[in-house]
Design a protein around this ligand. Structure first.
Ligand code: ARG
Length: 460
């Protein structure tokens, strides 16, 4: 068993079970690159400020570089006895360069060290997630442009409501993922603050220069309060909240793909490469991938709740409870990264049944609002028109016919303002293109939205 770096005040060695219980190395080892990067910056700053000599700093920096390569090549075994990634790296450094390695931890604590590591890690993660969101948005745009003329029933309450363009429906998801990206950008701004030098909680007696450390690590700002620096996990919670919304959006899309690929809907088929079969029913092709996307949303919500609960009763400043933040964050990162990666590949492979969608678009009296609007254009107050068309729908239901099957004489029985030109309106494509209001489903509006989206993505 390796001697602990903090062993000085202890008379007995750590209990084996306690070692296992407190260790975080099996998950925080993923931070090794950031831990070493942070240590190198810290060491340079210490030398710049005359706290250690430049020769000592060179030895330490060189040793850290070697440790990085050892870990990358899988040569360095990271063990529970070393507790966490910080101690493992420092321990190895001492093995390599001896006592002088012990100077690295001057003016630093693991409390500000882990705060720094997580911020460095999250900066990269957030940018990666933003890139994946753009990939998804681009995949959506591919579909949108391929299907510009496709009309489908728009739903409210999962009941046929009014005809819309499939592209308009898909662009709604484009917007959602755009807001997700904005949230992540905001989260990045608050993550991008440098905490190292706050030490255990109170700052340090050494004449350090945190601005310099920040510059080495490319942080635009230094954190303002040392107690906050070691206690704050807002940036992780914000990320998990943003990730929860990403997954909410993915899950809604996934749910629609599952519904739409059912026999009852028959709107879409997913490519074989993105479906799975049944072990007993030979005919089956199941939408397991969107089902898992929907399912994995639960764990991401759970992680957010875990983090919120973790911090709610914690007195300032650092408490070991905070070590529990990592698995929730890492699991969230892995889930979101995997999900978005699969989604952007799955989307362009979707095959929509245009005929089926168009046929369904007209069913369920989806043009009733257009008829009411027609009467309004002839001076009938909307409430009155609504009532008249309601009665007309009732009549059609009784006669088992569609609005289009009514003669103008029949229509006139419901309101004298009806005329033959009304039949021009009884067409789903016309209904779509009449909805020209800002953000509406008219083809020209959707084309506008596509252009805006393309410009937006090109600028990113
Ligand atoms: N592994 C710890 C964590 O994740 C690092 C900080 C430990 N600090 C301490 N005083 N025990 O939070």
């Amino acid at each position: 068993m390796a001697e602990k770096l903090w062993q000085g005040r202890f008379e007995q060695p750590t209990n084996r079970m306690v070692e296992e219980y407190t260790a975080s190395i099996h998950f925080d080892s993923r931070l090794y690159r950031y831990d070493i990067q942070g240590s190198i910056a810290h060491c340079r700053m210490l030398a710049d400020c005359g706290i250690i000599s430049h020769d000592e700093a060179s030895l330490i920096v060189q040793g850290l570089g070697e440790i990085l390569r050892e870990i990358e090549r899988g040569e360095l075994k990271l063990e529970a006895s070393q507790e966490d990634i910080h101690m493992a790296v420092e321990h190895r450094l001492m093995q390599k360069i001896g006592e002088v390695g012990g100077k690295l931890h001057t003016a630093r604590s693991r409390n500000d060290q882990i705060a720094l590591d997580m911020r460095l890690y999250m900066r990269d993660v957030i940018q990666h997630c933003r890139k994946l969101l753009v990939d998804v948005q681009e995949s959506i745009l591919v579909l949108v442009k391929q299907h510009l003329g496709v009309v489908m029933p728009g739903f409210t309450h999962l009941q046929h409501a009014q005809p819309v363009l499939l592209s308009h429906h898909l662009m709604a998801y484009y917007e959602m993922f755009g807001r997700d990206d904005e949230r992540l950008a905001e989260c990045h701004r608050r993550t991008n603050v440098m905490p190292l030098g706050s030490a255990a909680l109170a700052g340090t007696t050494f004449p350090i220069d945190m601005e310099r450390t920040a510059r080495y690590l490319n942080f635009p700002k230094v954190i303002r309060n040392s107690i906050d620096a070691v206690s704050d996990r807002d940036f992780l919670i914000e990320f998990c909240a943003a990730a929860a919304l990403v997954m909410a959006h993915v899950s809604r899309l996934a749910e629609e793909l599952i519904l739409w690929s059912s026999t009852e809907f028959g709107y879409v088929t997913m490519s074989d490469a993105f479906c799975t079969g049944s072990s007993i029913m030979p005919q089956k092709k199941n939408p397991d991938i969107p089902e898992l996307m929907r399912g994995k949303t639960g764990r991401v919500y759970g992680n957010l709740m875990a983090l919120l609960t973790l911090v709610k009763g914690l007195p300032l400043a650092y408490n070991r409870d905070l070590q529990e933040d990592k698995e929730a964050v890492f699991d969230t990162v892995d889930t979101v990264v995997q999900t978005l990666s699969v989604l952007s590949k799955l989307l362009p492979e979707l095959r929509f049944d245009r005929e089926r969608m168009k046929e369904m678009a007209a069913q369920g009296f989806t043009l009733a609002t257009d008829l009411a609007d027609y009467l309004v254009s002839r001076g009938v107050p909307f409430r009155k028109a609504h009532h008249v068309i309601g009665q007309l729908v009732q009549y059609c239901l009784q006669k088992d016919k569609d609005l289009r099957d009514c003669t103008v004489e029949e229509l006139k029985q419901f309101h004298k303002a009806f005329d033959v030109d009304v039949f021009l309106l009884l067409d789903v494509a016309t209904a779509v293109d009449q909805r020209l209001s800002q953000g509406g489903t008219a083809t020209s509006r959707v084309e506008e939205a596509v252009q805006r989206a393309e410009a937006e993505l090109a600028a990113r």
